[in-house]
Design a protein around this ligand. Structure first.
Ligand code: 0RA
Length: 685
């Protein structure tokens, strides 16, 4: 059952710093060389984790792989939140190793009362034996699932840990969660840096994890977020996967990593909000910032709020609890929202921007152009909801609400010019909402008057089951004609779009509804829009954007993507939006004809013909309209042969930034985006 001891491997980190072995403390089993109940519990725990990894880390794909990293980093972040660590180094190393090192106090190494083993070994082998043990544990703790280091260990083919404390380096290695030997202790060179801390490095086990490729940018995004949420914490993230596996410490120091990102923010979430608004026109030069520790029933809750309005229409509010992104909101967000509404209304009345008879500004009207981060840290967070990302603790609502309302009132009175600007913006929103309501009502009434009738331009399919139906949104009437003729009438509907599509990035719903193209599209999809949007009413489970393979086509596609991202995001999130890929070329070598979809394909084709004697012809397609109906079916619409891209939002922040940057006012940035648009899509069929 236990793994054979392969001997003590040299840990790359301490090679230069550590003096030879002094002592050997507790053994791998229980100090007596035989197994007792606690060892059996440990082995059973490891078994359970390995049998059903998804239960512990969500999935065995890339998300699960990344989860292992977050789990280990979160432990170091906890140590930083407790005020004992200031720097975390995360390194992707060659041969699948990941290393996480902090300069905290080091995981305790003394004997653990219950297991009789080193506390260090206990943390790494016993499920749920994380930071909470020993009474003096943490005040606050992150870790969404909080499954701890032992789960990472169980899912790693190899893991090494080195703890520096008491002028010693304590090391232990494991294979698939089982110690290969006891914790070894060596005297640490007095010049060793850091003098205290924890280093964990591991290789995810290919036997249980299906995806072993780390994505640097995805991980970096999370570390950036963590650094914003813990001001003063330095996170250095390096990609050293290009280094030779056996490079020494000295060589490593001289080599160039593939990538390195350092995250350190003195301003904390205030810096975060400025970052989120960096490409937007802002209504306040400096974000409002609240950072307060509130005592409740003997424990402290840290409340941090940063707010900065911008001239756009979106609402970008991010709420965190113990650095976990609480996507589903919860009590902290509720408290924040009611404080914001109250403070703005009170200020508007004090300043006579609202008269006695005027109704209050609603919560919704305070959200347009609002960028805010709400972060709370508490000792016993209750995570609820579908994805366990909703903060439950009811006491937090009042705490956040009163702290925010008080500080915000003071801020607004102190900067009345910014205050008035914010109120003005809210009042404009209220007026626009009223206009949109009227416009929506007109669209709805029209629908009702015409019965269940669909827009005339739509060539609907005969199939009534949405899961079997597709709609092609096609640019231009001539392409629309070919598509109508070439389609499978039973399952494929065609909606030709006329003229230029409005850029919705800078338009509100009322303006959007003033455009025929959008009204037609919304009616055809059947979902409604804005507050009435209902994905379950979608009439086609594949919504396919089909535009020309040239830059005009890419432009229209981008405008449509902007519309779906801003107004029907759920449809994208549900995997219903696709992009059709028409061919770029029709080539012939002798009698053999072929369709090519990329320039790389063409290059490969031409290379292949260099040796040949055949007559070669290349025909470039620019527009869908250049193909006849049969060709369009054969190349772009036939489910058996076509290439469809499934649109998904890999990273909501990044996508948001992209649309702000590229659909905003800067045409140079937009052109760049159009050239790079494929980033948003992922290959599917
Ligand atoms: C429990 C108690 C103490 C430190 C830690 C856990 C600890 C755990 C991790 C995991 C990664 N880095 C860590 N750093 C510290 C405090 C022990 C003491 O009182 O010195």
């Amino acid at each position: 059952m236990a793994q054979p001891d392969p001997g003590q491997p040299e840990l790359p980190l301490n090679g230069a710093d550590a003096a030879p072995d002094l002592t050997t403390d507790q053994s791998a089993a229980n100090g007596t060389g035989s197994y007792d109940a606690s060892d059996i519990d440990v082995l059973e725990g490891i078994e359970a984790v390995r049998r059903r990894p998804g239960m512990y880390i969500g999935s065995t794909g890339q998300a699960g792989l990344h989860h292992l990293v977050y789990e280990i980093v979160d432990n170091s972040v906890d140590e930083a939140m407790a005020g004992h660590a200031s720097r975390i180094d995360v390194t992707l190393q060659s041969d699948g190793w990941v290393q996480v090192r902090d300069d905290g106090r080091g995981i305790p190494t003394d004997q653990h009362a219950k297991t009789g083993k080193s506390a260090l070994e206990t943390v790494l082998t016993v499920l749920h034996a994380g930071g909470k043990f020993g009474g003096g544990g943490y005040k606050v703790s992150g870790g969404l699932h909080g499954v701890g280091a032992s789960v990472v260990n169980a899912l790693s083919s190899q893991l090494e840990v080195e703890v520096r404390r008491d002028r010693s380096a304590h090391t232990q290695t494991y294979v698939r969660g089982v110690p290969t030997g006891s914790v070894k202790r060596r005297r640490l060179d007095s010049a060793a840096t850091p003098p205290t801390g924890t280093m964990v490095r591991w290789i995810a086990d290919e036997q249980v994890i299906d995806h072993l490729d780390y994505d640097f940018n995805t991980l970096a995004q999370r570390f950036r977020e963590v650094a914003y949420l813990n001001k003063g914490l330095w996170i250095c993230f390096r990609d050293e996967r290009n280094f030779a596996a056996d490079a020494t410490e000295r060589q490593r120091a001289e080599l160039e990593p593939l990538d390195e990102k350092n995250f350190y923010f003195e301003g904390g979430i205030q810096s975060y909000v400025r970052f989120l608004n960096r490409d937007r026109e802002v209504l306040q030069p400096l974000p409002f910032h609240l950072d307060r520790e509130v005592g409740v029933n003997g424990t402290a809750v840290v409340v941090e709020v940063a707010i900065q309005y911008n001239a756009d229409f979106q609402d970008s509010v991010y709420a965190f609890a113990n650095t976990i992104n609480t996507h589903e909101g919860g009590s902290h967000l509720t408290g924040f929202r009611s404080a914001l509404t109250r403070a703005i209304n009170d200020f508007a009345r004090r300043n006579k921007q609202l008269g006695e008879k005027d109704p209050n500004i609603t919560g919704e009207d305070t959200r347009e152009g609002l960028t805010a981060v709400v972060s709370v840290k508490l000792s016993e967070p209750q995570f609820e909801g579908q994805t366990k990302t909703k903060l439950g603790n009811p006491e937090i609502k009042g705490i956040v609400e009163s702290a925010t309302a008080e500080a915000l009132a003071e801020y607004l009175d102190g900067q009345p010019r910014e205050g008035r600007r914010i109120v003005e913006k809210c009042l404009t929103t209220a007026r626009a909402r009223e206009a949109a309501r009227k416009a929506r009502a007109i669209v709805q009434r029209k629908g009702a008057l015409e019965g269940a009738s669909l827009p005339g331009k739509l060539a609907d399919c005969s199939e009534r089951d949405p899961s079997l139906s597709e709609i092609f949104i096609v640019e231009g009437p001539s392409a629309g004609g070919s598509a109508k003729e070439g389609r499978d009438r039973r399952t494929q509907a065609i909606l030709p779009l006329r003229g230029k599509v409005l850029n919705v990035e800078r338009a509100r719903l009322d303006k959007l509804l003033g455009h025929e193209a959008f009204r037609t599209l919304i009616t055809a999809l059947g979902t409604g829009i804005g507050e009435d949007f209902d994905l379950s009413k979608l009439r086609y489970h594949k919504v396919v954007i089909m535009t020309d393979a040239d830059s005009d086509g890419a432009h229209i596609r981008t405008l449509l993507l902007t519309f779906f991202f801003r107004h029907m995001r759920e449809l994208i999130e549900d995997g219903k939006l696709y992009i059709a890929q028409p061919p770029l070329y029709r080539v012939k070598a002798g009698k053999q004809a072929e369709w090519l979809y990329t320039d790389a394909d063409l290059e490969a084709f031409m290379d292949k013909q260099k040796e040949g004697q055949k007559k070669v012809s290349v025909q470039r397609f620019k527009g869908l309209g250049e193909m006849n109906a049969d060709q369009l079916w054969e190349t772009t619409m036939d489910p058996q042969a076509r290439l469809l891209w499934s649109v998904d939002i890999a990273d909501e922040h990044a996508a948001d930034d992209l649309f702000v940057k590229l659909m905003g006012d800067d045409p140079a940035k937009r052109r760049h985006f159009i050239e790079q648009h494929a980033d948003l899509a992922r290959i599917d069929v």
